[in-house]
Unconditional design. Structure first.
Length: 400
């Protein structure tokens, strides 16, 4: 019998994600054909994922659907007779058959209802993936080992630290926000499939068959793998992933001002101290060695009894500068300051009054005028683009 579909119809069906096969004369009833087709879908799932579909609310809805369907097929005696010649994966071997036959309803709508999902209208192609979506899923899955991951691992560590301290945030994708048209650039971070993804390279743009501009990316993942998927494929995958997120660029914003306005509440003070210790390292660098901290209380009270505190080098100190804060997260600000001056952190070990070694963390070999500049950049929100360069004794732009 001639195939009733034209070649043009086949192309259209393929674009809709529908597999096109010539129908074979099998002698099966329509009901038996449905059972076989349903079982073959489960087999394809096993081929792709390497395990039988499993139950659980954390699982994909289609995996849960296949798991319920497989349980039903295992329990029906005549289904097992029908399917055992096709069962090359041994999926039917783990359950005893039930005397109920094919007359038992095996409708996916019923199974979806048992899973708490409203069945889609039969006229809607709700679960049919386009060819572009299928390609995107294949590209995401086609990852390989990143041979130079040691270059990128510190970046992932820094991003996690930035998220913990509030320098970065994660934002979900919303369709009406125009995400599918959003620009993806080198240096951006995303969360996809539970992994942090870093866009290491963006290739030359080209025009895709649908007329949109596209580009080939090099994307590094926090598990040490990478992929060279298309820009549009990454956008679609992030949009489809309910847990997908864009990780914001680090930004401090206007953290504080010189003067408070009506209604503002004082939050604390940035203080800069100089040590009077006679430790050889301290005396050799006294003019540029400063402790930079943030306190919510009185600075004089904070520096009382410093001779008993190893974090103050077990010595008296003098206050060389203070900056008042208003309506600010003190912990976040302190993390920003210590990140910027991290390259100049003093490496020294001090013994406390019990003889236990302590390594202070808030002392930096940095001139006071650079601290002043850092405070100004905190005010205008540009500080996250800078880091202290000990070689030039100045703030320098970090890698964008």
């Amino acid at each position: 019998m001639a195939n009733k579909f034209t070649d043009e119809d086949d192309v259209l069906l393929e674009e809709l994600g529908v597999e096109v096969h010539a129908k074979k004369e099998t002698g099966r009833t329509a009901r038996e054909e449905r059972v076989v087709v349903g079982f073959e879908e489960i087999q394809r799932f096993v081929d792709q994922h390497g395990h039988a579909p499993q139950h659980g609310e954390g699982r994909d809805i289609f995996e849960r659907l296949y798991a319920v369907r497989l349980d039903r097929l295992r329990g029906l005696a005549d289904c097992r007779v029908l399917l055992e010649p096709l069962d090359h994966q041994g999926l039917l071997a783990s359950a005893a058959p039930s005397p109920v036959g094919l007359s038992e309803q095996l409708d996916d709508d019923e199974l979806l209802a048992r899973l708490g999902v409203e069945p889609a209208d039969i006229t809607e192609l709700r679960h049919v993936r386009s060819a572009a979506e299928k390609r995107a899923a294949e590209e995401i899955a086609n990852r390989q080992r990143c041979e130079d991951f040691e270059r990128f691992e510190p970046l992932f560590d820094q991003v996690q630290n930035d998220l913990r301290t509030g320098l970065r945030t994660t934002r979900p994708f919303v369709k009406d926000a125009g995400f599918l048209k959003a620009e993806i650039k080198t240096g951006q971070f995303f969360i996809l499939g539970g992994q942090t993804a870093y866009v290491a390279e963006v290739g030359e743009p080209f025009r895709a068959p649908n007329g949109e501009m596209d580009a080939r990316l090099r994307v590094i993942y926090s598990n040490g793998t990478e992929s060279d998927l298309l820009l549009r494929s990454l956008q679609r995958a992030l949009y489809k992933d309910e847990a997908g997120r864009r990780i914001s660029d680090p930004t401090a914003g206007p953290l504080f001002a010189d003067q408070n306005e009506e209604g503002d509440e004082a939050s604390g003070t940035v203080y800069v101290l100089r040590s009077k210790s006679d430790h050889p390292t301290v005396t050799a660098h006294r003019d540029v060695l400063h402790k930079i901290g943030v306190t919510g209380g009185d600075v004089a009270r904070r520096i009382a009894n410093t001779r008993l505190d190893p974090t103050f080098l077990m010595a008296d100190v003098e206050v060389v500068a203070t900056y008042e804060l208003y309506n600010i997260n003190r912990t976040r600000l302190e993390n920003i300051i210590h990140r910027v001056f991290g390259p100049a952190r003093l490496d020294i070990e001090i013994k406390d009054r019990f003889g236990q070694p302590i390594v202070p963390r808030e002392w930096f070999l940095v001139p006071l005028f650079v601290v002043d500049e850092a405070i100004e950049r905190i005010r205008d929100g540009t500080i996250t683009s800078y880091v202290y360069d000990p070689n030039t004794a100045s703030l320098a732009r970090g890698a964008e």
